[in-house]
Design a protein around this ligand. Structure first.
Ligand code: NAG
Ligand code: NAG
Ligand code: NAG
Length: 500
């Protein structure tokens, strides 16, 4: 229901718009340190590795793969070698039939094509959580499908991981099942650290509730520094969307980038990365992602792990583009009183509806319009089904009065989302068995499943609740089959209501 209101809000909007480390020692120590660093030369520096991963597919999610392609171009210009950059992207955007610029991908209105040269290491069916973990661990034998390229790093090497997609509390989306669970991701990072096959690692994550992947879960001392687009209980935002003023060229009909992502990338392209520290970049990105400090259509960029790593220059991870050699140290944002919100960015989870609405709105030919209307309505109906099912399950367990409060309860910062991750996974499986796939949108309810586990509710109770909430009768299953006459009638009715 919330999503329908959100959509209507969007429709209204669019109508009205048309170091080096800081060492603590004597100058005498400095001399010695400088000498050894110089003598060591490249060996000291090690190799730079990267994994770039877009967790989504489909033209409505254009922006995630555009982000990943863009990041690849930055790393290439920074001097990283193709053999050291592992790319995971579905690769269904450039040649998508909805793409008005066939063969090209843009991450900014009137920006450059970021698609050329992006390696296709893991595309389509080969983007899996297990291939992602194998790539992190440098375990080529464990990969299934794809190029087999992995981060075969050594003890002096620096690793950068960048992820862009939808997420939910404790999870990140993947284009193929299963989704990524935070506990397994963090376990993989611990394994990598225990193997001693990197010096330092930096991870940037764009997703809704991305803070929940690391908060209370990623220990310090692994030499891993993380920033996330949002805090543990907050949306992340798409940008360069059709609602923006000025909008991207109208033919796109979808968002071209994500706010946190384009903030770090457009910053990296402007700066002299030998002079900008990770902390400088964090502050610049945090400021832009805050939507003029209002957080109205923006989120809180967060830091996790070994935060002191942020004193290092960005160059150690992203390399250095000689074109920026004369740029001075970045100008840091000064904190100011919250200004007016731009109101321009679009919630990750609403971006798909916005795309579908544009597709419907643009379609001229009758049958195309009808099928676009259908797609939009089916998506909204499914969202309502997921939201209602969760609400019913909560009512069953906690009673009508406190249901929503209990389901949405957020633990204090620094406390892990859920104590028993296997309980969380089992609850999701139980839900899916009765209510159908959780889907990209349904990840927004992960916190409800976590709350159920944290309340100590057992699986049998969950089974009863889900089958009560989703015990479909024959006619109700219509709602999941777009071609049924009943569905098509309700779709037409619905589309009428949104044609002002
Ligand atoms: C997956 O990987 C296999 C093996 O490399 C390859 O043959 C196949 O084409 C890949 N699938 C996609 C969709 O890229
Ligand atoms: C940087 O400045 C030097 C000295 O003025 C100049 O020779 C060089 O071409 C400049 N580099 C770039 C990329 O503009
Ligand atoms: C707020 O954000 C918009 C869009 O990013 C920008 O044009 C504007 O200058 C910002 N500042 C204020 C004070 O509104």
């Amino acid at each position: 229901m919330g999503s329908v209101q959100g959509l209507l809000r969007l429709l209204l909007l669019s109508l009205f718009a048309a170091s080096s480390f800081s060492r603590m020692h004597s100058p005498w120590d400095d001399k010695i340190a400088m000498q050894t660093e110089e003598e060591a030369g490249e060996i000291e520096e090690g190799v730079r590795w990267a994994i770039l991963i877009a967790g989504s597919s489909g033209y409505g999610n254009y922006r995630h793969q555009a982000d990943i392609c863009h990041a690849y171009q930055i790393l290439k210009r920074g001097g990283l070698k193709e053999e050291n950059i592992v790319v995971f992207m579905y690769d269904d955007i450039a040649n998508n039939e909805e793409n008005p610029h066939r063969g090209k991908v843009f991450n900014k209105p009137y920006g450059p094509d970021v698609y050329p040269g992006v390696p296709k290491d893991y595309t389509g069916e080969n983007i899996t959580v297990s291939n992602f973990y194998a790539a992190i661990l440098g375990d080529a034998d464990a990969t299934k499908g794809g190029s087999g390229k992995v981060v075969a790093s050594g003890p002096n090497d620096h690793v950068f991981i960048y992820y862009a997609d939808h997420g939910g509390a404790g999870v990140l989306g993947m284009p193929n099942d299963p989704i990524l669970y935070a506990d397994e991701f963090v376990d993989t990072l611990k394994k990598k650290a225990a193997a001693g096959t990197f010096k330092k690692m930096v991870i940037y994550v764009e997703a809704c509730e991305s803070g929940s992947i690391f908060d209370g879960l990623l220990p310090t001392g692994l030499n891993i520094y993380v920033t996330t687009a949002s805090d543990p209980d907050e949306n992340s935002w798409g940008t360069y969307c059709p609602t923006m003023i000025p909008p991207p060229p109208p033919e796109f009909g979808t968002c071209l980038g994500d706010l946190y992502s384009v903030s770090w990338m457009e910053d990296a392209e402007m700066e002299n990365l030998k002079k900008e520290t990770l902390n400088d970049q964090y502050r610049i990105v945090k400021s832009r992602t805050s939507d003029n400090d209002t957080y109205m259509t923006g989120s809180h960029v967060m830091q996790y792990g070994d935060i002191e790593i942020d004193a290092e220059e960005v160059e150690r991870y992203l390399g250095f583009d000689p074109a920026n050699e004369n740029v001075t140290r970045p100008e840091l944002p000064v904190s100011k009183a919250p200004a007016t919100a731009s109101g321009m960015h679009v919630m990750q989870r609403e971006a798909e509806l916005l795309h579908l609405w544009h597709k419907y709105h643009k379609a001229v030919d009758g049958s195309k319009k009808e099928s676009a209307g259908m797609e939009l309505t089916r998506t909204i109906a499914h969202r309502m089904h997921v939201d209602n099912s969760i609400k019913l399950i909560g009512d069953h367990m906690f009673g009508l009065d406190t249901s929503l409060l209990r389901l949405k309860a957020v633990r204090p910062a620094g406390q892990v989302l859920v104590d028993d991750w296997s309980c969380l996974k089992a609850m999701v499986r139980t839900f899916e068995a009765s209510c159908g796939p959780l889907t990209q949108y349904g990840m927004k309810h992960m916190r409800a499943f976590a709350s159920i586990c944290n309340a100590g509710i057992d699986l049998d109770t969950m089974k009863k609740a889900t089958s009560q909430a989703c015990g479909f009768s024959e006619t109700d299953t219509d709602l999941r089959t777009a071609d049924s006459p009943r569905f098509s009638a309700s779709a037409k009715e619905f589309v009428k209501t949104i044609e002002f």
